[in-house]
Design a protein around this ligand. Structure first.
Ligand code: NAD
Ligand code: TYD
Length: 354
């Protein structure tokens, strides 16, 4: 069995659904259920004994150790994190707690557990750390995409905390021999993404007839990957990745934010036309994010060459599937827009000049 942390969030939930659709190996899902954790994402598994949910914090060493001792997983996949850059600007402390201290505590509990395994289980065990391309900082136009040897230059409290966690994971391999793997992936999109990130926020606001807030000049570039392709990459790295190595995962799909927002508007004009006018008229340029990274781009040639992974979706097919999912799931959208969500929207957007 596998231990997944943060499995009630966007990528973790997609990973669990994807894994259990293809394999009979059970998953223990340890999640704190922060604002971003949502068991509704896993409603399809409510009666499935292969999904064992444990409500808890990765910082809670006693709990993590007891879960490891009880279930004896062959691998730990660490998705749990505070994941939103804008929230890290307003409140960085949670990011230090979960992303740095949480990863450290998880590594310590894993090391003790791994040391106590028999030789066969010890050889087989893997600690797979799910990280981000944001640890590499920002590229200028024309600069080659991030490879695995690109220097770490994180610029936000979020990316700095993820960078710190990556360094700890690396150190546990070099110092203690813990069999770790790290993936650094570009921006994901797809079903179940909380509507604080660019794509779901634009979809949810558009459907409600609200402004679509584009930061700065909208020319910042991100490299977008459909979430299922990220899940496939993680599965492949777990299966065949070389211990101690890192793998960059990306969709070869660099696009400026404004182009993404325009694509969403054009698709919605077809899929859910307004009675009068177009979604494009909702686009509003607002003041920029402090320290906003200009460009991310992933060079995914290592995982393609060494592990034979390739993305299955183009941006056009992935984003169409994503929009259809949000259109088909108004109850999910309604349920995540709690009072806390409205407070966040007020905090992040009310002070931005149009
Ligand atoms: P998310 O914010 O949607 O979900 C995070 C999950 O972790 C939630 O279920 C939350 O309840 C849980 N969690 C938070 N703190 C916890 C704690 N202390 N203990 C246990 N559980 C806790 O995030 P996501 O977008 O699904 O990202 C998952 C991972 O992938 C993160 O590590 C993130 O850095 C990384 N990543 C994300 C992207 C992206 O585009 N979203 C891209 C690359 C890498
Ligand atoms: P986001 O989804 O927050 O991911 P990240 O900051 O981790 O890349 O943002 C993606 C891009 O979209 C980023 O350049 C910031 C921009 N953005 C907006 O222009 N408006 C918004 O309301 C949000 C949330 C993001």
């Amino acid at each position: 069995m596998l231990l997944v942390t943060g499995g009630a969030g966007f990528i973790g939930a997609n990973f669990i659904l994807d894994w259990l659709a293809q394999a009979d190996e059970a998953i223990i899902n340890l999640d704190k259920l922060t604002y971003a954790g949502n068991l509704e994402n896993l409603a399809a598994l409510a009666a499935d004994e292969r999904h064992i949910f444990v409500h808890g914090d990765v910082c809670d060493t006693a709990l993590v150790s007891s879960v490891l001792g009880r279930y004896k997983p062959r691998a730990i996949l660490n998705f749990a994190a505070e994941s939103h850059v804008d929230r890290s600007i307003h409140g960085p402390e949670e990011f230090v707690q979960t992303n740095i201290l949480g990863t450290f505590r998880l590594l310590e509990a894993s090391r003790a557990y791994w040391n106590g395994l028999n030789d066969k289980m010890k050889r087989r065990f893997r600690f797979l750390h799910v990280s981000t391309d944001e640890v590499y900082g920002s590229l200028v136009q024309g600069q080659p995409a991030f490879s695995e040897t690109f220097p770490y230059q994180p610029n936000s409290p979020y990316s700095a905390s993820k960078a710190a966690s990556d360094h700890l994971v690396r150190a546990y391999y070099h110092t203690y021999g813990l069999p770790v793997l790290t993936t650094n992936c570009s921006n994901n999109y797809g079903p179940y993404q909380f509507p604080e990130k660019l794509i779901p926020l634009m979809v949810v606001n558009a459907l409600a007839g609200k402004p679509l807030p584009v930061y700065g000049d909208g020319q910042q570039i991100r490299d977008w990957l459909y979430v299922k392709d990220h899940c496939t990459a993680i599965r492949r790295v777990l299966e065949a990745g070389v211990v101690g190595e890192t793998y960059n995962v990306g969709g070869w799909n660099e696009q400026p934010n404004i182009k993404i927002v325009r694509t969403i508007c054009t698709l919605l004009d077809t899929l859910r036309p307004l009675v009068i006018g177009s979604y494009h008229s909702l686009i509003t340029f607002v003041s920029d994010r402090p320290g906003h990274d200009r460009r991310y781009a992933i060079d995914a040639s290592k995982i393609e060459r060494e592990l034979g992974w390739k993305p299955g979706e183009t941006f056009e097919t992935g984003v169409t599937k994503t929009l259809r999912w949000y259109l088909d799931n108004p109850a999910w959208i309604g349920n995540v827009q709690s009072g806390a969500y409205r407070t966040w929207m007020e905090k992040n957007y009310a002070g931005r000049q149009a």
